[in-house]
Design a protein around this ligand. Structure first.
Ligand code: DGJ
Length: 736
């Protein structure tokens, strides 16, 4: 619900349990942030803007206007006029001047949620959400800024985005347009972010914030392995189950910056938006720029609650398409099985064995096109290599289909190899700074997707392959980050638009793909999990989590990913041992149990693995079919974190009715001479009784406990010998 109290000049935005308040202040209509937190009954908290204390508002104390600017909690701070904290908006006029400041002009309260042109965003019906469009202006710079806020009625989410319109007669240059800001009192917050590297994505990091600026960011052209477009400010005492959290997640797949700046007066300005580095967007008179969306979540009930809110929002209001609520086919991908050394015969031998074991789809990974037998060539030449795939692609797909398996294929559409027919024909199609040698990474360049003719040509090639056979899945990969940001398709004063135009082009291509092939299951990927973000989830219901498929390494990666994203989105496979990334050996059973917490599939040569491992596959497949509805749609709870305790990991999923639950316990390192482990379950119905079955340990007798006991007194996991072992525990409500 959104109301405007005209007398107080206050907007009150309510979700079921939270309130967000904005105030219009003084004769000049400054727009201030009043409050965000637990739901308030009334709109009477304007005092929090502290306009009744020095330096007062400019109409009462104009000699200290600068001080007012520097401490007022601006709803959307601009820059250059006396607020010395970092602003959200940077504008340079045609004359080269940079100051700007916004004042309220008008507003509109709209049922539902308008789409953002060209950008992914959460969506909702008129019953599900309400939107406030707050129109602000800076008449000196000649621009209007629309601040959009959508409140969801069924969940504690407020989304934000910003549109800048040039209302003047000369061009404007936008040097920064963040999407969200909360200017509030600091409460000795910690900041929580997701940090990583290739094969080590999204590890949870928590640290105290101090005076000044601290941020997480990427200007690698994608959301990145290294940092993630997520930031939470949390109370020092916040735990899984309790405490305040202010979280922001960016629905965007390119450069970003998420920041907390603690001021001299102990206020904190939390911001998120497109990274301003190398960003400059030229806005001609009458043109507008739409910044991407930020999802904001507030809760005072700890990380479990925050996670639940994000999961439900993304499942219901972000992910689209046929597979959004559907079980995904169990796939076998040939990457770790063969790398580039495969042909039709090899793939069919894998498919044949896989079909006997209950696997449902074969995915042909990198190396099927042009003359690509290693990662040093042919990106851009999306024609089938018939030396490898004798009889052609359609023959292979038909044969795989005859075995009862679906067929999927890998592409890396955004790239071009210097050694490719495409590059020889169009050397200017790579991003490059004229006169400067290009920077190779994995021996490839990035295509200049700011040029529509390149987007069309590549899309045409990809679509032609997909039209040529019964292909039901695409893995869309991106194996290097952007550099050499130059385009010969844009004039000098638009080179600063390349990064963002690139992201828009990726969205455009995926939009076309999902419209032309509505039954296709799309899985995004970027050298593992470097582009796992809500922007990509708008197009693909699942994303490859990491190139690290080791079951133990995956614990921290999947824990960090699941902090925000539903388990249904996390690409997870069982791979061979010793693990190719790490060299570790773990039991096949544990690999299966850890992969069950994601989309589930295999990444190994099923014709070559040990017989006892192969024999376990039908049981794992059965397990997937039994539990996937629960894993995909259930509420996820974190019970214990190996990343924190260095010994064991535990999570749980519970269905909406609280009739069924599945607990996964991974004993990473055993302790000698020790006792059973006690875990406190979550999300159960305290009034119900549950039959507790240790699925993969028949030696432990099933037993009935009350939900109340399981959550308060806990469940004992019997001591068992060995490292890297996992147990699945099935709970089902029984009639009392
Ligand atoms: C990176 C991906 O994450 C891998 O799974 C594989 O597809 C390779 N790229 C292929 O080049």
């Amino acid at each position: 619900m959104i109301i405007y109290n005209e007398r107080e000049r206050v907007f009150k935005l309510d979700t079921p349990n939270t309130t967000y308040m904005i105030g219009i202040v003084d004769e000049e209509n400054f727009v201030g942030h009043i409050y965000y937190g637990r739901r308030l009954r009334e709109a009477d908290a304007s005092c929090l803007m502290r306009t009744e204390e020095p330096p007062f508002v400019p109409s009462k104390n104009n000699r200290e206007r600068c001080s007012f600017y520097d401490c007022f909690p601006f709803e959307y701070p601009a820059n250059g006029l006396g607020d010395y904290r970092e602003g959200c908006l940077g504008v340079r006029t045609a004359a080269g001047h940079v100051g700007c400041l916004l004042s309220y002009r008008s507003h509109e309260i709209i049922k539902g949620k308008p789409a953002l042109e060209g950008l992914p965003a959460t969506f909702g019906t008129e019953e599900a959400c309400t939107t406030l469009k707050l129109v602000c202006e800076d008449n000196y710079a000649g621009m209007q800024v629309e601040l959009l806020y959508t409140v969801f009625h069924d969940t504690d989410v407020i989304t934000r985005s910003v549109k800048v319109i040039n209302t003047g007669s000369d061009a404007l240059f936008l040097t920064k347009v963040y999407s969200a800001c909360i200017d509030m009192d600091n409460r000795d917050f910690d900041m929580v972010s997701l940090h990583g590297s290739w094969a080590r994505e999204r590890h949870i990091q928590r640290k105290p914030i101090g005076y000044g600026i601290q941020n997480v960011s990427s200007f690698r052209g994608e959301s990145s392995h290294q940092d993630h477009p997520f930031l939470a400010l949390v109370d020092k005492n916040t735990t899984q189950e309790n405490g305040e959290i202010y979280a922001m997640n960016f629905v965007y797949s390119g450069n970003f910056r998420a920041q907390a700046e603690v001021s001299q007066f102990d206020s904190v300005r939390m911001t998120m938006g497109i990274h301003p580095e190398n960003f400059c967007w030229k806005l001609e008179s009458g043109e507008s720029f739409q910044a991407p969306e930020v999802v904001m979540v507030y809760t005072d009930k700890g990380f479990d609650a925050m996670t639940g809110i994000f999961h439900r929002l993304y499942r219901k209001h972000l992910i689209r398409g046929e597979y959004r609520n559907k079980k995904r086919p169990i796939l076998i991908n040939n990457w770790e099985a063969t790398y580039f050394a495969f042909d039709t015969e090899k793939l069919l031998s894998i498919a044949k064995e896989a079909s006997k074991l209950g696997i449902e789809m074969l995915v042909m990974d990198d190396g099927w096109f042009g003359k690509r037998n290693f990662d040093d060539c042919a990106l851009g030449d999306w024609t089938v290599n018939e030396d490898k795939l004798k009889g052609g692609l359609k023959y292979l797909v038909d044969e795989v289909n005859k075995l009862g398996l679906k067929f999927g294929i890998w592409f890396e559409p955004e790239m071009i190899s210097p050694d490719s027919d495409l590059y020889r024909a169009h050397p200017d199609w790579a991003l490059a700074i004229p006169g400067r040698p290009g920077t190779e990474s994995r021996q490839q360049f990035v295509l200049d997707l700011s040029r529509q003719e390149i987007v069309d040509a590549i899309y045409g090639q990809v679509a032609a392959v997909l039209r040529s056979a019964n292909i039901e899945y695409v893995k869309w990969d991106m194996n290097r980050q952007l550099s050499d940001i130059g385009s010969c398709g844009l004039p000098a004063d638009r080179q600063g638009e390349i990064y963002h135009r690139y992201v828009l082009a990726v969205y455009q291509m995926q939009d076309r793909l999902t419209k032309e092939f509505p039954h296709l299951l799309l899985e995004n990927c970027s050298g593992g999990g470097a582009r796992f973000d809500p922007g990509m989830l708008y197009y693909s219901p699942q994303i490859w989590c990491s190139d690290d498929t080791d079951a133990i390494e995956r614990l921290a990666i999947q824990e960090g990913t699941a902090l925000i994203y539903p388990l249904s989105t996390m690409g997870a496979h069982v791979s061979d041992c010793p693990n190719h990334a790490l060299g570790r050996v773990t039991p096949f059973e544990t690999r299966g149990i850890v992969a069950l917490a994601g989309t589930f599939g295999y990444e190994l040569d099923v014709t070559k693995i040990p017989q006892e491992d192969r024999e376990m596959i039908p049981d794992q497949v059965a397990m997937y079919h039994k539990y996937n509805d629960l894993v995909r749609e259930g509420d996820y709870y974190r019970i214990a974190s190996y990343a924190q305790n260095h010994r064991y990991d535990c999570w749980q999923v519970v269905d909406a009715e609280r009739d069924e639950a599945l607990v996964t316990f991974v004993q990473v390192l055993n302790r000698v001479n020790f006792k059973s482990m006690r875990i406190l379950l979550k999300g159960l119905d305290e009034n119900k009784h549950y039959n507790v079955v240790f699925v993969n340990d028949e030696g432990i007798e099933p037993k009935v406990y009350s939900g109340d006991t399981l959550m308060k007194a806990g469940l004992l996991i019997p001591y068992w010998k060995g490292d890297f072992k996992a147990r699945l525990i099935d709970l089902r409500a029984v009639q009392d």
